[in-house]
Each structure stands twice: as C-alpha cells, then as structure tokens.
Design a protein around this ligand. Structure first.
Ligand SMILES: O=P(O)(O)OC[C@H]1O[C@H](O[C@H]2O[C@H](CO)[C@@H](O)[C@H](O)[C@H]2O)[C@H](O)[C@@H](O)[C@@H]1O
Length: 264
C-alpha cells in the first residue's frame, strides 16, 4: 500500500480526499450522516443523501459500509430504494449489498440466552415507563433507553440498564452513547467490522476512511488508524480532543458536504 496521503491537522475539515476512488468508506449514521433528532424514531435522511451514497458506493466499486448501532432492518426502512452494505447493532449484524452477497464473512452468532434477554428487555421497558421523558427503543437483538429529553434521568437509566444486564447474563453487554444506554450482543464492535471487511474484496487493499460521532465509533477509529487510514470525528473540537480520530468535522451537514464534494 502506498504511504498515507497528507492531511490537515485535527480540528480542520479535511480537504477532499486525494484519488477518492481508491478509498474504502465506513460511515456511521446517527450524528454523522443523519442530523441528531429528539427521538430515535424522528430521524430522516436529508433529501439527496441516498443518491449521494449510491454515487459514492459506485465510485469505490462497492467498498462502502454503513456501520451503525441501528438494526439493519431500520436502515433498510430509512433507505427503502437501496440495499447498502450495513453493519448493524454495533457490528453484531452484517448484511452485504446485493453485489457483495456471498463475499463477506458474517459476524459469529451471539451466545446469549434468548429467554434471559427477553426478561431483561421487559424489565427495562417496565421500569422506564413511569420515568418522564425516558424512551425505550426495541432493536430486535438489542434495546436501548434514551434520556435526551430528560437528562436528569441519566443515573436512573444507568441503574435500570445495569439490572437488565444482570438478568440478560453472558453474551450481552451495555454500551453508552449520546443520551442513551444500550444492551445488545457482546463480542463485536465497530472496529472488528472494519478489520473483517478490510480482509475481503472490494475493501481489501484500499485506504480505509471511517467517520463517526460517538463513543462506539472510537473502536472504528482505532482500527482505521492502525491500517493507515483516515478517521473523522463529527462534532465540536472538544470532542475531537478526547477522540482517537485523526481529524474532525463540526456537523453532520458539513460532513455530508465534504462527501458531496467528492461525489458531485
Ligand atoms: O451508530 P449510530 O448510527 O450513530 O447509532 C447510534 C445510536 O443512534 C440512535 O440514537 C442516537 O440518535 C437519536 C436520533 O438522532 C437520538 O435521539 C439519540 O439521543 C442518540 O443516542 C439510535 O436510536 C440508537 O439505536 C443507535 O445505537
């Protein structure tokens, strides 16, 4: 692989990637491609986002994956006309785009006990119900409690989710995110997905670029950095200071403009 092209320092939006067709893209959804919303079900892609991702995917011969905490099913509903390669539930799910079907290795199946998981889910849903502003999100093999509309409930949410984890037992773990605590399959993270995909065509042999805005994206940044790629933290400069990312872009809108500058 050729040496990594030079970039401007942390805090500056990077210039367009040199030779963008030679890169592989690992893109987070919420807070990166999508503006954050008050509720998990209130997000909607900006007009033109799907088309721009399709152009980008073509430009890099399919080396593009959406790497998200959402379930694959949710992403498909968000982009009903497309079937992108999606790593869902923070790496526990992997659904290749139709052109890559059969080429990508799925993550190992989870080892958790389904009945214990359901008991944990019921506990979290029931305990959250009387807490004003706390929202329960069902993601299939994972669930989350959100406190964006009630930041004062953060500790209560943390306690409920710790109890839920004790019920769910081995094979599960908690993940902290922006105003959210999630419980889902253990054993995978976004960094593992990057390493997995970078071992297969069409990702193999390319420079990886990963973009994200949250704690769970740090594993992806570290993986990409180790592979000599570019990691982009979307958010304010203070967030970049605490991140492993090599550069930063302030908002999802600015990040989308950066991509659009490469795809037209
Ligand atoms: O990995 P991502 O694609 O960034 O997904 C991470 C979590 O995003 C969602 O929650 C976040 O976005 C919501 C909508 O903007 C916001 O209301 C919430 O406060 C954020 O934490 C999603 O609901 C989770 O399932 C994802 O894991």
């Amino acid at each position: 692989m050729a040496p990594r092209p030079p970039f401007r320092g942390a805090g500056d939006a990077p210039p367009p990637l040199p030779a963008p067709a030679t890169w592989a893209f690992f893109l987070d959804l919420d807070g990166t491609l999508l503006d954050l919303a008050a509720r998990p079900d209130a997000v909607s892609p900006e007009g033109g986002l799907a088309g721009m991702l399709v152009r980008l995917e073509r430009m890099v011969s399919g080396a593009l994956a959406l790497v998200t905490g959402r379930a694959v099913e949710f992403v498909d509903e968000l982009f009903p006309e497309q079937r992108f390669t999606v790593a869902g539930l923070h790496g526990a799910e992997l659904r290749p785009s139709p052109s890559l079907a059969g080429h990508l290795l799925p993550p190992p199946p989870g080892t958790g006990d389904a009945a214990a998981f359901r008991a944990a889910q019921d506990l979290a849903r029931d305990r959250a119900l009387p807490l004003p502003g706390v929202l329960f999100e069902d993601k299939g093999r994972a669930f989350a409690l959100h406190y964006r509309q009630a930041p004062e409930q953060r500790d209560a949410v943390a306690r409920i989710m710790a109890e839920a984890l004790a019920l769910a037992g081995t094979g599960h773990r908690l993940r902290d995110g922006k105003c959210v605590v999630e419980l889902g399959p253990a054993g995978q993270d976004k960094g593992m997905i990057v390493r997995n995909l970078m071992g297969s065509a069409p990702f193999q042999g390319r420079y990886p670029v990963a973009a994200g805005d949250d704690l769970t994206d740090e594993a992806m940044f570290r993986a990409v950095n180790a592979l000599g790629g570019l990691s982009v933290r979307v958010g304010p400069e203070e967030a970049l200071a605490r991140s492993a990312a090599s550069t930063g872009i302030e908002t999802p809108g600015a990040f989308r403009s950066w991509l659009r500058g490469m795809t037209g």
